[in-house]
Design a protein around this ligand. Structure first.
Ligand SMILES: Cc1ncc(COP(=O)(O)O)c(C=O)c1O
Length: 508
C-alpha cells in the first residue's frame, strides 16, 4: 500500500488565535491533495484488493485508545486511516460485493460529498440555494415517478427513516383533525399522542416486507402487532385476495385499517408487489398506499424495467434510496409525499427561534425541517444532484438494467451447474441459490463465510422457505461477469471441500 506523505510539518496544529484553520495553508493544500489522490487511487484500483478481510485483533485494539487531548499531524492521522480503516471497511464499493443491498458509490459522488463538507451547509431551513438544489431534486423525482406538483420531498438518512415518516403522516391523517384554531386545524395525534385514542389502527404488508416497517410502527406508537403480514403468493408478491380478506376481517373486529405497504424490490428476492392492484384496493378501501421502493423504485430510470413498477405513480407516499441502485455515496434516502400539505402538517411546529420572514435569511418558508424530524441536515442533495447531472438518468438506468442482465446470467450459470440449485425466481437483480448437500443449511452458511473471508466475493445469506440460501444482490455498477464467474467457481470449490471434509469448519 502506498501512502503519500505530506512534506509539511505541523499543519493542523491549533494556532494561537484559536481558529482551527491551518496555520500553513500551502502545506495543508499539499496534504489535502495527497489525501484526494489516495482515495481516488483506492477507487481506481479496487479490483486488486480483496472484497473484504477479517479485522486482525491488533487493528481492532487500536480503536480502544484514549481521548486525544493533544494534536497529531494530519499526515499521521491520514496514514492511520489508510492502514487501519480503509482496508477493513465492508467493501461495498468493490465489484465483488453482493451482500445485502448496497450501492457502490462513484468518484463523482465522492467529490460532491467533499464539496458539501467544505461548504458545511445546514439544510434545516433558511433562505439558501442548497435548499433550492434539494427542491430541484424533488421536482425531478416528481417527474420521474409521475407525482403531482403538490407533492413534497425530503432527503433523509435512508428508507428506514423515510418509511417511518410515511407511517407518521398516515397515522395522523387516520386519527383525524382537531380544531383548536378554527383557521388552522391540526392533527389531533400531534398534541394528544395516542392517549385516549379509540381507534385501533392496523397496517398491512406482505411477509416479505423489510423489518424497518415494523420498527416504524413501533416508533409511531402503534406497535408491531398492528402490522398484519399477508402471505406472499407466487413470485413472492403480496396475495391481494388475502389482503382484502384480512382488511375486511379487521374492520369487522372493530379495528381501523389505515396503511398498506407495497414493496418495489423486496430485500430477499427483489420481488415487486402488484402496485397497480394495491393502489386500486387502497382507493376502494380509502387506505393510505405507501410504496417501499428502497432500491427497486429507481428501476423507473430503466425503460426495460419501468413497466414492472406500474402503479407506483398512484402511491400516497414513496420511500427510496439513492445510495442503492442510484450509486450515490451513503447516505441518501428520500421520501416523496403526494399531498404536500398533509406532509407539512404532520411535522411543522412553531418555534420562536425558527420564526419565518419574507426577506432576509429567515425567508424561504416552508423549510425542510417542516417536513421531517430533523432540524440539522447535511447537504445530501448535492451528491445526488451531481450524480444525476454528470451521468444523466439514462446512464444510471443502463447500469440498473445491466445488474439485472448480470443476475439473469448468474441464474443461467446456476441452472447449468448440477451441484447448485436456484432458490427463488430472479425478478430483478437478486439471485438466491445454494450448494446441494445433505446438511445444506450448514454447508451454505459455511460457504458464504468462506467466500467473505477469502476476499473473493461477498454475498450474504437469507432464509427462503425455511432453508439457508446464498444471496447475491447485484447492485454495484462495477460488477461484471468476471466477479460472478469467480463467485460460482469459489462456491463450488468451497462446497466440494466441505463435502470431502465432512463436518469440519472450512478454513479460508
Ligand atoms: C425493501 C427495503 N426497505 C427498506 C430498507 C432499509 O433501507 P435503509 O437501509 O436505507 O434504511 C431496505 C434495505 O435494504 C430494503 O431493501
Amino acid at each position: 500500500m502506498t501512502v503519500e506523505r505530506s512534506k509539511t510539518r505541523t499543519i493542523a496544529g491549533v494556532p494561537s488565535d484559536l481558529s482551527l484553520d491551518p496555520v500553513d495553508w500551502e502545506g495543508f493544500r499539499r496534504q489535502a491533495h495527497a489525501m484526494l489522490d489516495d482515495i481516488l487511487g483506492y477507487l481506481e484500483n479496487l479490483r486488486e484488493r480483496p472484497v473484504w478481510q477479517p479485522i486482525p485483533d491488533e487493528v481492532r485494539a487500536r480503536f480502544h485508545g484514549k481521548v486525544p487531548a493533544e494534536p497529531t499531524e494530519l499526515a499521521a492521522v491520514h496514514e492511520e486511516f489508510m492502514r487501519f480503516i480503509l482496508p477493513f471497511a465492508v467493501g461495498n464499493a468493490h465489484p465483488g460485493f453482493m451482500g445485502w443491498v448496497q450501492g457502490g458509490g462513484t468518484p463523482v459522488g465522492a467529490m460532491a460529498e467533499m464539496l458539501a463538507a467544505g461548504l458545511n451547509a445546514n439544510l434545516g431551513g433558511r433562505d439558501q440555494i442548497p435548499i433550492e438544489v434539494e427542491r430541484q431534486v424533488t421536482g425531478w423525482m416528481r417527474a420521474i415517478f409521475g407525482f403531482p406538483e403538490s407533492a413534497t420531498g425530503l432527503f433523509v438518512t435512508g428508507t428506514s427513516m423515510a418509511n417511518f415518516i410515511a407511517v407518521v403522516i398516515a397515522r395522523d391523517v387516520a386519527l383525524g383533525w382537531e380544531r383548536t384554531d378554527p383557521d388552522a386545524p391540526s392533527f389531533a395525534a400531534r398534541r394528544r399522542g395516542l392517549r385516549g385514542c379509540q381507534k385501533k389502527l392496523t397496517a398491512y404488508a406482505s411477509t416479505e416486507v423489510h423489518g424497518c416497517i415494523g420498527k416504524a410502527m413501533d416508533m409511531a406508537g402503534l406497535g408491531t402487532d398492528a402490522l398484519r403480514l399477508i402471505p406472499a403468493g407466487k413470485r413472492h408478491r403480496i396475495d391481494l385476495k388475502e389482503l382484502e380478506k384480512t382488511i375486511a376481517q379487521d374492520r369487522a373486529a372493530g379495528l381501523t385499517p389505515f396503511f398498506v405497504v407495497g414493496t418495489a424490490g423486496t430485500v430477499d428476492t427483489g420481488a415487486v408487489d402488484d402496485l397497480a392492484g394495491m393502489a386500486d384496493l387502497c382507493r376502494r378501501e380509502k387506505l393510505w398506499f405507501h410504496v417501499d421502493g428502497a432500491y427497486g423504485s429507481l428501476a423507473m430510470l430503466a425503460p426495460d424495467l419501468a413497466p414492472r413498477l406500474k402503479g407506483i405513480e398512484q402511491a400516497d407516499s414513496l420511500a427510496f434510496d439513492f445510495h442503492k441502485w442510484g450509486q450515490v455515496p451513503y447516505d441518501a434516502g428520500f421520501i416523496l409525499v403526494r399531498d404536500g400539505e398533509l406532509h407539512r402538517k404532520a411535522f411543522a411546529s412553531p418555534a420562536v427561534y425558527l420564526r419565518r420572514e419574507t426577506r432576509g435569511l429567515a425567508a424561504g418558508s416552508p423549510w425542510p425541517c417542516d417536513f421531517g424530524p430533523d432540524l440539522s441536515r447535511s447537504f445530501r442533495a448535492l451528491k445526488v444532484w451531481f450524480t444525476l447531472k454528470v451521468y444523466g438518468t439514462a446512464a444510471i438506468g443502463r447500469t440498473i438494467s445491466r445488474t439485472c442482465e448480470l443476475a439473469r446470467y448468474l441464474e443461467r450459470r446456476i441452472a447449468e451447474t448440477p451441484e447448485l440449485e436456484l432458490m427463488a425466481p430472479v425478478e430483478l437483480n437478486i439471485v438466491c441459490f445454494r450448494y446441494r448437500a445433505a446438511d445444506s443449511d450448514r454447508v451454505n452458511r459455511q460457504i458464504a463465510i468462506y467466500l467473505q473471508e477469502s476476499g473473493s466475493a461477498a454475498p450474504s445469506t437469507t432464509i427462503l422457505d425455511g432453508s439457508v440460501a446464498i444471496r447475491a444482490a447485484i447492485v454495484n455498477h462495477r460488477t461484471s461477469q468476471v466477479e460472478l464467474d469467480r463467485l460460482l467457481a469459489e462456491t463450488l470449490r468451497a462446497g466440494r471441500t466441505l463435502l470431502r471434509h465432512g463436518n469440519q469448519e472450512f478454513e479460508a
